[in-house]
Design a protein around this ligand. Structure first.
Ligand code: ADP
Ligand code: MG
Length: 364
């Protein structure tokens, strides 16, 4: 039974650059569950690669401890530092460093050759791995004669061929074009689902994180600020930064008026709005978060009642599957996703009802 949980305790790392100190990791505590797809998501420069490199052993933290399964692989206090090749990991990088002068077989066989695995065993394991990534029959193909997606699968096969206990990815799809990226992330989801090993995936792409992950940790400025399932992070974030980063969001200033009937009622630029319950004291400042897809403009206007908002269409842009509209409500400008059949024009008055379940209150 593989129980390769990764535990990171109090890990910090700083760099010196141009006379300045950069805190790349700021006291990170994190448990990465075994046999799941775990994603580190955050803006460029927040410390994702540094954290991954510390797990792999390519970087030594300033402090703290890292263990993989039962083994401490790095500890300042205990003076432990296991070298990368002894940590039992496989890694796929952003620039899929496959060797252009080698064919597919040799690229994938390489990690086994340097481990001096017998030739017959190499042949069998390469064949098995190529079957898994659906590159059977490509053994003799020169690496340069592959499509971007196929090259990515060779890189994955090479990371998997030595049967690692943990596989780590650093933005592996960022060099692919949009359509291929979409296909490849679904494929990767399937591959990783079948493997059932601990996978750590680093990206700044929120869609990739939502599609691939069992669990997501959001990083900002060297710290982990929130963790949860994709749905928890998207629909029910605790932090304003997280809600804003994971999807498009309308953020409106609000003041808590009352707690009633399982709702938290706020006063806001949209008027008085009943929101999903949050334990925030009456009178506190908060941020009301409404995603564009939950501003549903009803043809002919909304019926009266709670959470009805009246506004005017300020702009409309056709984006194919929908219109993207800006709706002016007093001093607020809301982004809304509007049905192509809605027959609206710029300047039209509109009204809509906000479902309290999709009115998220954020206090931090
Ligand atoms: P991410 O992968 O999230 O984009 P990184 O972990 O690469 O972020 O970088 C975190 C911070 O540390 C950034 O400010 C980056 O400029 C800095 N940094 C990373 N590596 C080095 C280095 N070798 N020397 C100096 N600064 C570095
Ligand atoms: Mg990076």
């Amino acid at each position: 039974m593989n129980t390769m949980e990764i535990r990171i305790k109090g890990v910090s790392k700083h760099y010196f650059s141009e006379g300045k100190t950069i805190k790349a990791l700021d006291n990170v505590d994190l448990t990465i569950p075994a046999n799941r797809i775990f994603t580190l998501l955050g803006p460029s420069g927040c410390g994702k690669t540094t954290l991954l490199r510390c797990i792999v052993g390519l970087e030594a933290p300033d402090s703290g401890e890292i263990s993989i399964g039962d083994e401490v692989v790095w500890s300042k206090e205990k003076n432990v530092s296991i070298p990368p090749e002894k940590r039992g990991l496989g890694m796929v990088f952003q620039t899929y460093a496959i060797w252009p002068h080698m064919n597919v077989f040799d690229n994938v066989a390489y990690p086994l050759q340097i481990r001096k695995v017998p030739r017959d065993a190499i042949r069998q394991r390469v064949a098995k791995t190529l079957r898994f990534v659906r590159l059977e029959g490509f053994e003799k193909r020169p690496a340069t004669k592959l499509s971007g997606g196929q090259q990515q699968r060779v890189a994955l096969a090479r990371a998997l061929v030595a049967e690692p206990k943990v596989i780590l990815f650093d933005e592996p799809l960022s060099n692919l074009d949009a359509k291929l990226r979409e296909e490849t992330r679904k494929e990767l989801r399937t591959f990783l689902g079948e493997l059932k090993i601990t996978a750590v995936y680093v990206t700044h792409d929120r869609i990739e994180a939502l599609v691939l992950s069992d669990s997501i940790a959001i990083m900002r400025a060297g710290r982990i600020i929130e963790e949860g399932s994709p749905k928890k992070i998207y629909f029910d974030a605790d932090h304003r930064f997280v809600a804003d980063f994971i999807g498009r969001a309308n953020l409106v200033k609000a003041t808590v008026l009352a707690q009633e009937e399982g709702y938290t009622v706020v006063d806001s630029g949209l008027g008085s709005i009943a929101c999903q319950h949050r334990d925030i004291p009456t009178g506190s400042e908060a941020t009301l978060c409404v995603r564009p897809e939950f501003i549903r403009i009803a043809p002919g206007g909304a019926a009266g009642g709670r959470n009805v908002v009246n506004g005017r269409v300020e702009s409309l842009v056709f984006i194919g599957e929908a219109y993207e509209g800006e709706i002016r409500v007093g001093s607020e400008l809301l982004l809304a996703r509007i049905d192509p059949d809605a027959n609206l024009r710029e300047g039209d008055p509109v009204s809509f009802t906000l479902d309290p379940a999709h009115c998220l209150l954020l206090s931090v």
